[in-house]
Ligand binder design. Structure first.
Ligand code: SF4
Length: 381
């Protein structure tokens, strides 16, 4: 069974003001104890899989996994190789916060086996970084990028956020040009989302900060595509751009509804078990996660077996995130019927509006639909 592997390290130096991920400022448990738990979870899970796993990718996310001691990262990679047949040429990504890196540490991550770095730059403007509550500034981000290249990383992704409070289209263009000047292999550029309950959402609700007008936000999205495509990046997913050969292999597993096993507090997993797949999520709190493992019990919660209808919706809205879209014959193989029969009305409407294109046996979003993709996906729920 091919399955991607995800490792969640939920600790950060400080909670960013827009963040609603399963992450905590500080570390209520020691990193070594947490990783011991992770390794135990990996062993317990391997023992209950219905067939041996083989892993094409391993992804360290968080949280801030770059806070980990590279030796702990190495132990996890070795365990993945032993228990999950992590491929010798596997893509091994580590999310890194520029405020947590040094030349030595980057070299050690590289030696431990990490071969792709996802650098959480978010912005090159210090005022915006401060507004977001990030621990790093722009010069640290530039320095971290240079150190990563010096340490031998030849596959670096940069994360950026656009449509920030007070950000004009010109300001965003400047940010993109600064990113392009670095020539990273991959760029993820998402619009800021105000998540309920975060301090930034509260500031926006009370008028302390003001988001750009919708027309400006749309223009920033369009400008991203224009500048990055002109610079030779392929937009292969709504918010993700890659130089040839550098798409994120791991994230494509999610969008193609492939299998993945997530380890760590709050990590999600999905296996395509008959008939339509099963999902589960681990306990969020690290203390609870570790306490469950202390009883040699898997920390899974919220197990859900998907219905055919749920699996179909998911197959469509995940697959359509990729610009190449979905293959109609694959749908028939998987679900035993034609998507054109099941969603005849929706497809007629959306293709009539020019939001969906059906050609060459594939269904995909039109360029005009990228900015309103959520409205398209809602039609399939
Ligand atoms: S570093 Fe990432 S995970 Fe941690 S608080 Fe900031 S946005 Fe959230």
């Amino acid at each position: 069974m091919q399955t991607a592997l995800y490792i969640h390290f939920p600790f950060c130096l400080k909670k960013c003001l827009y963040c609603d991920f399963n992450s905590l400022a500080g570390s209520p448990v020691k990193a070594e104890a947490y990783v011991d738990g992770l390794l135990q979870e990996m062993a317990l899970r391997a023992g209950v899989l219905s067939e041996p796993a083989s892993a094409p990718t391993l992804y360290f996310g968080g949280g801030t996994p770059s806070l980990m001691d590279p030796k702990l990262v190495g132990r996890i990679i070795d365990t993945a190789a032993r228990l999950y047949h992590l491929a010798s040429d596997a893509e091994i990504t580590l999310e890194a916060n520029p405020g947590t890196l040094s030349k030595e540490k980057l070299a050690e991550f590289r030696s431990a086996g990490v071969n792709r770095l996802s650098l959480g730059v978010q912005a090159f403007d210090d005022r915006q970084l401060e507004m977001l509550g990030r621990v790093h500034n722009a010069s640290q981000a530039l320095a971290a990028y240079g150190l990563a290249r010096d340490a031998g990383f030849t596959n670096i992704s940069i994360d950026l956020i656009h449509s920030l409070p007070g950000e004009t289209v010109d300001m965003w263009g400047t940010e993109l040009r600064k990113a392009l000047a670095l020539q990273p292999e991959h760029i993820s550029a998402y619009a800021l989302t105000l998540e309920e309950g975060t301090p930034l959402a509260e500031q926006a609700a009370t008028g302390v900060v003001e988001l750009p007008a919708e027309t400006d936000a749309v223009r920033q999205f369009e400008l991203t595509t224009e500048l990055l495509q002109a610079a030779g990046y392929e937009q292969y997913e709504i918010s993700n751009f890659a130089r040839p050969g550098f798409r994120s292999q791991h994230n494509q597993v999610y969008w193609r509804r492939g299998c993945y096993l997530g380890f760590g507090a709050g990590a999600h997993s999905f296996l395509r078990e008959a008939p339509h797949g099963v999902r589960w999520k681990n306990a969020d709190l690290p203390e609870r996660y570790l306490a469950t493992l202390a009883h040699r019990t898997l920390p899974e919660e919220e197990m859900h077996t998907l219905s055919r209808r749920e699996a179909i919706s998911e197959w469509l809205f995940l697959g359509l995130r990729m610009l190449e879209g979905v293959e109609l014959a694959e749908f028939e193989d998987e679900f035993g019927g034609a998507v054109t029969d099941l969603f005849a009305n929706e497809l007629a409407t959306l293709t009539g509006q020019g939001l969906l294109l059906m050609e060459g046996g594939r269904l995909r979003l039109s360029p005009a639909a990228l900015i309103v993709s959520n409205q398209v996906f809602l039609r399939f729920l």
